[in-house]
Structures are given as structure tokens and as C-alpha cells.
Design a protein around this ligand. Structure first.
Ligand code: FES
Ligand SMILES: [Fe+2]
Length: 345
């Protein structure tokens, strides 16, 4: 039986799943601004052109290596501070002030999208796959609100596990329901988990709730690229949606954004309903964020004794292991040999 310690992707700080990761909040970058950041170990800049378009590119100029953060935005292009070379949003050099024709130079740009109030960057060769979305809402436009950001000392994969760690909902959160999270691998990068149990009549609290509502109580997760998780929670007349979008920090820590999501509604009344839904989602999100966050500051994740109650966690690790990995910093593909885990107790 393989040990979780020998994983080829899960909980590793030298590589990660090729995918979409949040880079900045949309509100962090106004038109004409350039920001420098380290994303998944790579130095990049993100700028917003005069049209509002957001571009992500490698941080250093292909002429002599100056950092683009010292440059300036020119239309939807960027000009390097040092010799004023101009690079378009596709990374191609389009102007060298002291030459009659532009130099044959290009800077690597990365596919970039704005959604849910975040700027997302694809960390690999071709962005052929989808930005994370809540399956029930689909990949169209949504009303969303970035509700908070956080850092943790453990790996994003380990934080993601919390929402499908059935046993801890009883031990830490005192949930009077035994969860059973059923995994479905929807695609290479998307795995969903849905709870299959109902409110038990044996418990006084759940018996009380059942007087008012005996329908299904949905609790479902969708995991994208092993690092962004969406929660769908609520009775069938009102579902709440929260997205926890994580990325790895140097050395295997986590930098995350909490995003509240609801379906797109138009008009004044629609907007008011959406605002209320997002406000209620915040309460649900706060519940998830409290109670056990200190565990993620000190845990040295090592599933040495996997049990039946850990079956969803094992499903998740195996799905992570089956995705395409790239190297921390270079974002170049790495070969990985997935592990397989077995329940021992
Ligand atoms: S270093 Fe950028 S233009 Fe020379
Ligand atoms: Fe928890």
C-alpha cells in the first residue's frame, strides 16, 4: 500500500496542478496600473489597459531584463521603463523608440480572465479548460462578492479536505448528522462530492427542524484543480454558494480568497435579492471558516491511518494525483506517477 507521503502531486510544494489560479482582486488594479506579484512561484506583472483589459505577463523585459512594474501602460500595451520598448497584450514587441522597426522580441503572456471579482491566470501552456464555477449555477455570469482573504501554513490541498472530512463535522462542528460524501469525477480537473444522508429524526434538534422542513438538505462540494472549492448548501428552496479559491504560497502554504456567489439577477428587485442572498451566504461561509482554522496552522498532514470515515479524502487525493502537474516557478509540465491509497482501518 502506498503512503500519502509519497504522493506525486498532492500536498507537494515543488509542483502543482496546471490550472486557473486567482492572481489579484479586480478592485486591486485600476486602468493604467501595473502590479507585480509572485504567482505559483513565478514573477509576473498584471496590468490593466486603458480599455479595461487585464493582461498577465512575465515580469522581466526581454530586452535587458528590467522589471515591467517600473514601466507604464500605453493603450492596452505596456512600455518598459528602461528603454521604452513597447509590448502588446499578446507579448509581441511593437515599438522600439530608437529603431525604425520593432525588435524581434516577445515576452511570455498568460491567459487571463476576470470573474467573481477576481483576476484569474492560467498557469501552463494552453488555457483549454474552464475557470472554476459552481456546477448548479453553470459557467455563465453570476452575482458575486469577494468577502475576505486569508493565509494558512498548510498546503491548499490539505485545506480543501476540510469540507469533505465527514468525521470532523461531528467532532469539531457538533453537526448532529452523519455525512456521507459521494464522489464523482466529472472531468480531469473537476470532482464533485454530494452528501447522501438526511436529517436524522433521533436527534432533538433535527427533529425540531424536520417539523418545518423535511426535504433534502443539500451539501455539495465541487473541487477544481484541487485548489478551488465551491460549497453548495441549503434546503431545496434556497441554496447558498461559496467559493474558496486557493493558491500555494512559497514552501507549501496557502493564500486564499472567499467569494460569495449567487445567480445573476437583473433590475432593482433582482439586485436586492442577490445582495440578500450574498449576505446570507456570508453567514454560511463564516461557519465554515470558524471552529478549526487553527488546525491548519499546525497540521503536518500525514494520513498514516486511513479509515472508512476518510473515504472521501482518499477519493480527493486520488483525483488530485490524476491531474496534470507543472513545476513550481517554471510552470513546465512534470511527469507524475499517481499513488493509490487503500483503507487500512
Ligand atoms: S530593458 Fe526593457 S526596454 Fe530595455
Ligand atoms: Fe471544518
Amino acid at each position: 500500500m502506498a503512503s500519502v507521503r509519497k504522493t506525486s502531486i498532492f500536498n507537494r510544494s515543488d509542483r502543482f496542478i496546471e490550472g486557473w489560479y486567482w492572481a489579484l482582486r479586480s478592485s486591486d488594479i485600476k486602468k493604467g496600473a501595473i502590479k507585480a506579484l509572485k504567482l505559483q512561484g513565478r514573477d509576473i506583472v498584471v496590468y490593466r489597459g486603458e480599455s479595461g483589459r487585464v493582461v498577465a505577463m512575465d515580469a522581466h523585459c526581454p530586452h535587458m531584463g528590467a522589471h515591467f512594474v517600473e514601466g507604464r501602460v500605453d493603450g492596452d500595451s505596456v512600455r518598459c521603463f528602461f528603454h521604452n520598448w513597447k509590448f502588446g497584450p499578446d507579448g509581441e514587441c511593437t515599438d522600439v523608440p530608437c529603431l525604425s522597426t520593432p525588435a524581434r522580441a516577445r515576452v511570455t503572456t498568460w491567459p487571463t480572465e476576470e470573474k467573481y471579482g477576481l483576476i484569474w491566470v492560467w498557469t501552463g501552456e494552453r488555457a483549454t479548460r474552464s475557470i472554476p464555477f459552481v456546477p448548479e449555477l453553470g459557467d455563465g455570469e453570476c452575482d458575486a462578492l469577494v468577502a475576505g482573504s486569508f493565509t494558512k501554513k498548510c498546503h491548499p490541498n490539505v485545506m480543501m479536505i476540510n469540507a469533505i472530512d465527514e468525521h470532523h463535522f461531528n467532532s469539531v462542528h457538533n453537526l448532529p448528522v452523519d455525512l456521507n460524501m459521494d464522489a464523482v469525477s466529472v472531468s480531469e480537473n473537476l470532482q464533485t462530492f454530494s452528501n447522501t444522508t438526511t436529517l436524522p429524526p433521533s436527534n432533538p434538534l433535527t427533529r425540531f427542524i424536520r417539523q418545518f422542513y423535511a426535504g433534502p438538505l443539500t451539501y455539495a462540494m465541487a473541487y477544481w484543480y484541487g485548489t478551488t472549492g465551491t460549497v453548495t448548501l441549503g434546503p431545496d428552496f434556497m441554496h447558498f454558494y461559496i467559493m474558496f479559491s486557493l493558491r500555494m504560497a512559497e514552501g507549501g502554504g496557502t493564500e486564499g480568497q472567499t467569494v460569495l456567489v449567487t445567480k445573476k439577477r437583473d433590475g432593482l428587485v433582482g439586485k436586492a435579492i442577490s445582495r440578500t442572498a450574498l449576505g446570507l451566504s456570508k453567514i454560511v461561509g463564516d461557519y465554515f471558516a470558524k471552529g478549526d482554522t487553527m488546525v491548519f496552522e499546525t497540521i503536518k498532514f500525514d494520513l498514516q491511518t486511513p479509515t472508512k470515515a476518510d473515504h472521501a479524502i482518499i477519493d480527493f487525493i486520488q483525483h488530485v494525483e490524476g491531474q496534470r502537474a507543472v513545476s513550481w516557478g517554471s510552470w513546465a509540465p512534470v511527469k507524475s506517477d499517481r499513488v493509490s491509497l487503500e483503507v487500512v482501518a
